[in-house]
Design a protein around this ligand. Structure first.
Ligand code: PLP
Length: 380
């Protein structure tokens, strides 16, 4: 049997990983500033995380949500403490798309409405509702097409206000990434997020903060939407939550009441996933990884801005993007094959950095030195 060929892949086989370092099958070492697409939050194979999963595996890995699973409450309590959203409720699932799917569905159940506002360049996942609110026609199959989604320009306060004035009583939810990832690292302005909050409160709609990529400490705050100083009604989370173990969830504000069977999942919230997620939060707390993300991220941005050929450096914490001009078009390739550094990309010519939140100063400096070296040699 062949694999279904949907991914353009690099010809590299990674066999071993620790912290921000990975090794291929020939023993070549690489610095990982891509974090397996923003997934590696506390560092590859962190010993505490490995230990947490291993111990749980010997007790029980899975049972269905039809019985008491105390480790789910343990996770909810810790997540409340670390995120500062102690009064919220937790629903657990398995992936980012599924988290957004549940968030949108819950918003519709709660309001009894059908319309959702989403924004230009948004990416929210590939399942039916999640892809319908994603602004990329290539991912939307005919069966996913719907008139229920209203796309507005990102960060356009006037367009948002006009939309709510016109059809506010039909809108179930507004969904927005705090920092657009796939769209090329674009920050939702604090004033824009505050306006979303105001409109949702005034018209009875649900504010959904897609924190799948920008959340879980990546920005230096637990949720990047928190920079705006207002709360969302639902936060969706995934990537960094399990440090590579598939686990996701939504945090739900207290005024949204649960009803039996409205949401559900077979695998979501299983014992092993909760152990992995607890391991992540314990390390985030113990190693002060939010502060580290803010500090090392600020250093990387400052250094990148000092390189004259690099354009439009942006982001928050360790979610950083910059434009690569035509004369440096080989930069990403050369970083990988000559400097052995993994980075991410966004079309058409943006390099994205999504490393572990535990990235060290020394590793950040190694990256900056490589960019300086390559950008001056490519420019000549
Ligand atoms: C902001 C955002 N939302 C949702 C998703 C979908 O997550 P998943 O691939 O786990 O379904 C992604 C994935 O890249 C994302 O970046």
């Amino acid at each position: 049997m062949r694999l279904f060929d949907v991914y353009p892949i690099q010809d590299i086989t990674i066999q071993k990983a620790l912290g921000s370092t990975v090794w291929d099958d020939k023993g070549q070492e690489y610095l990982d500033l891509y974090g397996g697409h923003a997934v590696i939050s506390i560092g590859h194979t962190h010993p505490h995380w490995v230990n947490r999963i291993e111990k749980q595996l010997h007790q029980i890995a899975f049972y269905s949500n039809s019985i008491r699973i105390p480790i789910q409450q343990e996770l909810a309590t810790k997540l409340g403490q670390v995120s500062g959203k102690e009064e919220y409720q937790l629903f657990l699932c398995n992936s980012g798309a599924e988290a957004n799917e549940n968030a949108l569905k819950l918003a519709s159940f709660h309001t009894g409405r059908k319309k959702v506002v989403a924004f230009s360049k948004a990416f929210h996942g590939r399942t039916s509702l999640a892809v319908a609110v994603t602004d990329n026609k290539n991912y939307v199959a005919p069966v996913n097409e719907t008139d229920n989604v209203i796309f507005l320009p990102f960060n356009d306060e006037q367009a948002l206000e006009d939309c709510f004035k016109k059809q506010g009583d039909e809108i179930a939810a507004v969904i927005i990434e705090g920092i657009q990832g796939v769209g090329g690292i674009h920050i939702a302005e604090d004033s824009f997020l505050r306006q979303i909050r105001t409109c949702c409160t005034k018209y009875g709609a649900v504010y959904i903060a897609d924190s799948v990529q920008c959340g879980y400490g990546r920005s230096g705050q637990f949720f990047s939407h928190d920079f705006a100083g207002v709360n969302a009604d639902i936060y969706s989370m995934a990537k960094g939550m399990g440090n590579g173990f598939p686990v996701a969830g939504i945090l739900i504000a207290p005024h949204i009441q649960p009803k039996h069977f409205q949401l559900g999942t077979t695998f979501g919230g299983n014992h092993l996933a909760c152990a992995a997620a607890l391991g992540v939060l314990e390390v985030i707390e113990k190693e002060n990884l939010l502060d580290n993300a803010a500090k090392i991220g600020a250093y990387v941005q400052k250094e990148l801005k000092s390189i004259s050929t690099i354009k439009h450096v942006r982001g928050r914490g360790l979610m950083i993007g910059f434009d690569v001009p035509a004369e440096l078009s080989e930069l990403k390739k050369k970083l990988l094959w000559e400097e052995h550094i993994f980075t991410g990309e966004a079309k058409p010519n943006v390099i994205r950095l999504l490393p572990s939140l535990a990235l060290t100063q020394a590793d950040a400096t190694r990256f900056i030195d490589s960019v300086k070296k390559l950008s001056s040699s490519l420019n000549h």
